[in-house]
Design a protein around this ligand. Structure first.
Ligand SMILES: Nc1ncnc2c1ncn2[C@@H]1O[C@H](COP(=O)(O)OP(=O)(O)OP(=O)(O)O)[C@@H](O)[C@H]1O
Length: 510
């Protein structure tokens, strides 16, 4: 075995001939993947391609219908032997599996069986060991802290440290950057590079193809439940990668607005808005026909500001006027009545009712509009949803499928569909393309643009240059204040610098 290793290394993980169905849906069809020791291997594909299903099989969460899995040349552990799976593969999900009410130490050492398991727990000793363990991965954290009080980034590092300390040399990262801002992503990547130097291998799932090129050696593409290609990233250019994902030749270059459109009357006017701890004295206008970007990192207050406009928080001071009507803060139904549609940041907490159908979720905001006496007539809801499924290119078995059965990106499209269903005067979209594949991203952004072109207006919160490129103006926030404003034709560098608080310019006013 050891002799053969030099010639062709034993893969840290290898899956062959995987099949997995959910009812009538084929999630994986004869799929395969091979991850070599110490490599950073990307897995990409459109929403619903089968990536998360593969992760659930690779981590022992689900059992394949057919196919084989091996780690380090050995067959996968028995299904249900959690400890054995954990020692072979670790997974960092977008949604953390760290238990929030326990301390960092408890999370790190939870459920470990050892010779000393029957002895009373010596907390001082354990805290010292966790500090040491975290230190070894360059994480400076008080191990006595409750995990629930950590940031997403810190929780991810606890998760990675836990995984590696149980012996795994293979970590699956399922959209780990989705909830991080640019600096958080840079720190995560620095840690991942360092771990790779020590021989740890990664399977990295992301819809940000730039991250794939930045971090990974090889890339595997899945399309419609099947393996399409595995190649070194250096041999698969951007256009070829998108083509492998979509099965179509790459789309023509995205249209960039060259000049500001003539804007109509004010749809949103925010004046002197203050929410202590989040933003201070914020003033902003959005006119009919405009798409305005609100950019900022996690601590900028941009998300909270947009949520306040949509009625999720009550500001301490200031005024919000939508289409000439003052909107009382902290009242979502009032904001909805005034014509605000919201795509919330966290579709799991604020966006969807998982057990209900796609049709019910997509029409949640429409009560009273479709039928008499506040009812939603099933036939009309169905017709409307079928149109949305077509319109937004949602991959779903049909309007009556439960939304929990859709892939993450398709769930996000249902959230956007729902916000658009009311024909809002002002669409407030918070990171609307999070978790959405490359094609669907362009589609959603075009759909938002269209809502504005048809007489509405949109406020798009994001720190992704790609999300903001189609905006007429971009307002940048840093630490709760507006620090910059850009008109059309801004450069990525200057925008990123402003988001990171490196500059404060107003190129085109607000
Ligand atoms: N629990 C489930 N019940 C029914 N269908 C499911 C379930 N989980 C996944 N599917 C279906 O299996 C297919 C593959 O989904 P999967 O979540 O693996 O896609 P994905 O590539 O991870 O997509 P995304 O990029 O949107 O996260 C989809 O058609 C999805 O609707």
């Amino acid at each position: 075995m050891t002799g053969a290793r030099a010639a062709s290394p034993v893969p840290v993980a290898e899956a062959k001939g995987l099949f997995k169905r959910f009812g009538a849906t084929v999630a994986l069809h004869d799929a395969r993947i091979t991850v070599l020791p110490g490599e950073a291997h990307a897995l990409v594909g459109r929403n619903g391609a089968g990536k998360s299903t593969l992760v659930s099989l690779l981590t022992g969460l689900r059992r394949p219908d057919a196919g084989t899995l091996a780690f380090g040349g050995e067959p996968a552990p028995a299904f249900g032997d959690t400890e054995a799976w954990r020692s072979r593969v670790a997974c960092v999900h977008q949604h953390s599996t760290v238990l929030p009410h326990l301390t960092v130490t408890e999370n790190l050492f939870l459920g470990r069986r050892s010779a000393s398991a029957l002895r009373p727990i010596r907390w001082r000793e354990l805290h010292r060991r966790s500090a040491e363990l975290l230190g070894a991965y360059g994480v400076d954290l008080d191990p006595r802290r409750r995990a629930g009080d950590l940031t997403v980034e810190q929780r991810q590092f606890v998760e990675i440290a836990r995984a590696l300390s149980s012996g795994a040399a293979f970590v699956v990262l399922d959209e780990p950057t989705a909830a991080l801002d640019a600096q958080g992503i840079a720190r995560l990547f620095a840690k991942l590079r360092e771990l790779r130097r020590r021989g740890v291998a990664f399977l990295f799932i992301s819809h940000h193809l730039r991250e794939v090129y930045d971090l990974c050696d090889r890339v595997t593409v899945y399309r419609d439940a099947r393996h399409v290609v595995t190649a070194p990233v250096s041999e698969l250019g951007h256009a070829a990668l998108v083509e492998a994902m979509t099965g179509e030749a790459a789309a023509a270059a995205r249209d960039r607005p060259v000049a500001a459109r003539t804007a109509g009357p004010e749809v949103l006017s925010v004046d002197g808005l203050t929410l202590p701890g989040a933003f201070h004295d914020l003033s902003l206008t959005v006119r009919a026909g405009e798409v305005v970007g609100l950019a900022g990192s996690a601590s900028s207050g941009a998300v909270r500001a947009a949520e306040t406009v949509a009625g999720l928080h009550r500001a301490r001071a200031g005024r919000i006027v939508v289409a000439g009507r003052a909107v009382r803060g902290g009242d979502v139904p009032a904001a909805l009545r005034a014509g605000v549609g919201l795509v919330p940041e966290d579709r799991h907490l604020q966006g969807l009712v998982p057990g209900r159908s796609v049709a019910e979720n997509a029409t949640l905001t429409l009560r009273g509009r479709l039928g008499p006496f506040g009812t939603v007539l099933p036939s009309r809801a169905r017709a409307l949803t079928e149109r949305m499924i077509r319109d937004l290119d949602i991959t779903a078995p049909g309007p009556s499928a439960p939304v929990a059965a859709l892939s993450g990106g398709n769930q996000q499209k249902v959230v956007v569909a729902r916000a658009l269903a009311t024909g809002p005067r002002l669409l407030v979209a918070i990171r609307p393309t999070a978790g959405v594949d490359v094609r669907a991203k362009e589609f959603l952004l075009r759909r938002i643009r269209r809502a504005a072109d048809e007489g509405g207006a949109a406020l798009v919160v994001s720190d992704e240059p790609d999300d903001l490129r189609g905006c007429d103006r971009v307002v940048v926030m840093f630490h709760g204040r507006v620090v910059a404003g850009f008109g059309p034709g801004w450069s990525d560098d200057r925008l990123v610098a402003a988001v990171e608080g490196m500059t404060g310019t107003h190129e085109e006013g607000r």
